[in-house]
Design a protein around this ligand. Sequence first.
Ligand SMILES: [Zn+2]
Length: 224
Amino acid sequence: MSLHISPNFDERTFSISLVVLHYTGMKTGKAALSRLCDPKSRVSAHYCIEEDGTVHALVDESKRAWHAGVSYWDGITDVNSASIGIELVNKGHDGGYTPFPEKQMRSLTHLLQGIVLRHKIAPYNIIGHSDVAPLRKQDPGELFPWEAFAEQGLGLWHERVFTHIDEVQDFYALLAQYGYDVTDKAAAAIAFHRHFYIENLGEDPNAESVRRIASLVQQKLDLL
Ligand SMILES: [Zn+2]
C-alpha cells in the first residue's frame, strides 16, 4: 500500500457504519490522485485503487474524508461522517467507461475484508455513490461486479427464492426500508436497478424489481 496524504478531511461525528464505492471519472489515476490530494479541490477519499491494483491510502480511517457530498442512506444524511470512501480509477461514463480489471478488484476485495473486520460493516451497508446520491451520481456504475462481491460476503445480493410481495406500489416503501432516499422515485428506481438489476436499468420497476428488493429487505431484517 502506498501512502499519499490528502489534506482534505475533518473530524467524524458518527461512528463508521458504511462503505461507499466510487469511480474517479478522470483520464488517469495520476490525475485523480493529485485532485484527491489538492487542498483546493476539497475532495478526498480514504483509499484510491489503481487499475493495476495499487492501493493508495489518502486519509486515515478515523477521519472524515470528503467523497459523498449531499447524500442519504438509511436515515444518515452526513454520509461522509459515517463512511469509508474508496475511489476506483476508471474513466467513468463520460470518459470511456470500461470494466474494472481483475487486479483492481482483487485489491478491493482485500481492502474491504479488512475494513469489514475492523469496523463491523454490515453487508447491506457496502454501497455505491449512486445508491446514496441517486439524483447526482452514477458511480461506480453498472459494470461494477456487485454480485461477485456479495458472494464473498462483501455486500448483499437478492436470493433466488420466491417472495410473495408482488405489488409495484410496495416497491418504493421497500427501497426506503433498505436505505434509499425515495424523495425522487424515478432516480431511486434507476439507482436500485443500476446496482441490483442492470437488465432493467432505465425501465420502470417490474415484478422482478419488487422480488429483488423484497429479498434484500428480508435479508437485511434477518441480519439486524
Ligand atoms: Zn463518487
